[in-house]
Design a protein around this ligand. Sequence first.
Ligand SMILES: NC(=O)c1ccc[n+]([C@@H]2O[C@H](COP(=O)([O-])OP(=O)(O)OC[C@H]3O[C@@H](n4cnc5c(N)ncnc54)[C@H](OP(=O)(O)O)[C@@H]3O)[C@@H](O)[C@H]2O)c1
Length: 219
Amino acid sequence: MKTGIITGCSRGIGYALTELLTDNQNFKIIGTSTSGKCTISKSNFVCYPLNLSNSNSIVTFVNKVKKLKIDFLINNAGILIEKGNDSVINLEQLRQTFNVNLFGTIELTEKLIPSFEKNGHIINITSDWGSFSENNFDEFQPHYKMSKTALNMYTKLLAKRLEEQNLIVSSLDPGWTQTDMGGNDASRKPTEVAADIRDLLRKNPESGNFWHQGKVREW
Ligand SMILES: NC(=O)c1ccc[n+]([C@@H]2O[C@H](COP(=O)([O-])OP(=O)(O)OC[C@H]3O[C@@H](n4cnc5c(N)ncnc54)[C@H](OP(=O)(O)O)[C@@H]3O)[C@@H](O)[C@H]2O)c1
C-alpha cells in the first residue's frame, strides 16, 4: 500500500491524477481542495480542506495527516491570476501568486518531510513557463512564471538536502493542459498528464530533475 497526498484534487490535473491512482486499491490518497470538497468518492480516498495562502490552514491539514507514513506528495495546487497580456508587475498579484505557488507549497512540504517513508517522492508541478531554457520566451504572466522558477530552485535545493534521507524530489512540467487554468484549446488532456505523474512515481528516478512527458528536460 502506498500513501500519497495530492494538493488541488478538485479540478484539472489533480482531479485526473486522483481518479487514476484511486482506481488502484494499492494506493491510499489524501487529496485537498480549498473547500475540502471533491466529487470523487472511493474507499481509498479522502479530501481535506487546504488553503495554501493561509498558514493556519496548512497547520490544520498537517495535523490531520502527520501520523501517517507518506510515500509521496504531489504539490499540484496552483494559481494563475494574470490575464494573458499582462506583463507589468502588480505587487499584490505577485504576493498572492507567491503565497500559493511558492510559500504555501514550501511550508506544506517542510512540515510534511518528517512523515516521509524512505524512498519517498516529492513532485512539484511547475511549468515550462518557469524554465530559463524556453525558446518561446515572452514577457507575459510574470508573477506566475517567477513563482514556478523559484519552485524549480526549491526542487533542486531540496533534492540535495534530502539525498542522505533517500527522498526523491522532482519538478514536472505538464505542458499546456485542458483545465480551468489552461483553457479548452490546450494541447494535452489532464488524463495524459496524470499518466505521466503516475509513471514518474513508478520509476523511482534520480532525484533533482525536471521532467516532461517521461523525459528529463532542461531547467
Ligand atoms: N493547465 C496548464 O496548462 C498547466 C501548465 C503548466 C503547469 N500547470 C500547473 O499544473 C498544476 C495544476 O493546474 P491545473 O491546470 O489543473 O489547475 P486548475 O484546474 O485551475 O486547478 C487548480 C487546483 O488548485 C487548487 N487551489 C487553487 N487555489 C488554491 C489555494 N489557495 N490553496 C490550495 N489549493 C488551491 C484548486 O482547488 P479549488 O477547486 O478548491 O479552488 C484546484 O484543485 C498547477 O500547479 C499549474 O500551475 C498547469
